[in-house]
Design a protein around this ligand. Structure first.
Ligand code: GLN
Length: 205
């Protein structure tokens, strides 16, 4: 039985819980999905989602509660971690002028630079059908809400998707970055893809 944790400090939590439950059902993987918000809870998961919300707030709370170090330990152990929107910002290792100016804490778990609000402010939020080759040929309905974009990646980071000339999804080993909100798409494929990383780690060679 695998334990999937949804980081529950702030942001789009409930939608991730319900999407992840659907994805587990579809894959047939025995598992449970829990809200996690203490260092102990975070350290006990087999996979973790850092949801969208406000990255400055979540970053401060991570540090305040000492959860940042628990997440770093998970990443070292190879636990799959998916950061969506604000979660992408937090997992990155460097940021745009706005990130530098505010000095907001980043976890720095993947070699990627991030631009916050890369597509404009709240009212410029949009939805688009984008191609994500690892999910198959059928386009994926992506919801972008004050979305960030990845401006630069290390050479061993795989780009999973782009939109309008900007990188909107990338991964390296167990870390997945998504600029959009997969929990709002009505499509479980991205969560299933995330779960497939868990299988890779759980299954002995
Ligand atoms: N722009 C927000 C931030 O940087 C993220 C928005 C979102 O998660 N929907 O925190």
């Amino acid at each position: 039985m695998v334990k999937i944790g949804i980081l529950s400090l702030q942001g789009d939590i409930e939608e991730h819980v319900s999407m992840m439950k659907k994805a587990l059902d579809r894959t047939g993987m025995p598992g449970e999905v829990s809200w996690v918000k203490t260092p102990e809870e975070v350290s006990s998961v087999d996979a973790l989602v850092i949801p969208g919300g406000e990255s400055t707030t979540i970053g401060k709370l991570l540090r305040l509660y000492g959860i940042d170090n628990e997440i770093r330990k998970l990443a070292e152990k190879g636990v799959p971690i998916m950061g969506t929107c604000a979660g992408l910002v937090l997992l990155s290792n460097s940021g745009c002028e706005e990130v530098e100016k505010t000095g907001q804490p980043l976890l720095g778990l993947i070699d990627a630079s991030v631009e916050r609000n890369a597509f404009g402010r709240q009212k410029e939020s949009f939805e688009a059908d984008i191609g994500i080759p690892v999910l198959g040929k059928e386009k994926y309905h992506a919801v972008f809400i004050r979305a960030p974009a990845i401006t630069k990646t290390g050479k061993d980071v795989n780009i999973l998707a782009g939109y309008n000339g900007k990188i909107v999804a990338a991964e390296k080993n167990n870390i997945i970055l998504l600029a959009f909100h997969p929990e709002l798409s009505g499509d479980t494929r991205m969560h299933e893809y995330f779960l497939s990383h868990l299988k890779k780690i759980k299954t002995p060679p």
